[in-house]
Design a protein around this ligand. Sequence first.
Ligand SMILES: Cc1ncc(COP(=O)(O)O)c(C=O)c1O
Length: 230
Amino acid sequence: MSQQIVVNQDILEFEYAVRGPIPQKAAELKTQGKTIIPCNIGNPQALGQKPISFYRQVLSLVEEPSRIGRERKLNKLLKDSGGLGDLAEKELVSDYVLDLSDEILSKLQTGMGAYTESKGPLFIREAIAAYIDKRDGAGVPSNPDNIFLTNGASEGVRFLIEMLIADEKDGIMVPVPQYPLYSASIRKCGGVQVSYFHIHNVFDLGAGHRAHLFLVWLTRSLGDISGFFQ
Ligand SMILES: Cc1ncc(COP(=O)(O)O)c(C=O)c1O
C-alpha cells in the first residue's frame, strides 16, 4: 500500500529559477537551435572569463601542503639555472602565493580539512574586522567575535532571513528586480516579500531629492502591503 509522505508546503511553493517572459523566450529560442548565453546569473567563466588563478593556487596549496616545498624548489631551480626548458616563469607559483599559503597553514590551529570554530577561523575574522575598520574609518570598531563566515552570500542571507521571520506576518523589503535567492528564502521561511523599486539611481533630481524619492518608494511599497499586516 502506498503511503503519502507529507512534506513542507513552504518548500513546495519555493521557486528559485528565474521565470518570466525573457527566460521563457530564451527557452523557446533554444529549442529552435539558437545559441543562448544566460546573463541572469553572475557567471563570468561561463562567458569565457579565465579562472582567477590566485584563489585556486592558494586553495590547492593549503589542501596539499607538500606542494609548497616542491614549488619553492622549482622557483629556486629557475632562478639558479636561468631557465627550465619549456616551463615558463609565469607557469610557476609566485613566492607571494607560497608565503601566503604557509602563513594560512601556520594560523589554522586545526589544520586544513578539519572543522574550525563555528564562526570560522579567528585569524580570518580578525582580518575582515581590520578591513571593515579601514573601509569605514573611525567610529564603532568592528569586533571579530561578531563576524560569522558563511559559504558565499546565499548561506548568510538564508541565516538572516530564517532568524528574522518568526511567523507569516513578518515581511522583508526587497529591492526589485531581485535575485531569486531573496524571494525563495522568504517563501521557504513562511514570510512575506515586500518589493520596492530600487530607482534612486535612475532619478537623480539633485541634492537631497534622490534620497527623498527613495523614501517615497519605500513608504509606498510598505503602504501597498500594510493591509496584510493588520
Ligand atoms: C544579488 C545576489 N545575491 C546573492 C548571490 C549569491 O551569491 P553566492 O554565490 O555567494 O551565494 C548572487 C550571485 O550572483 C547575487 O547576484
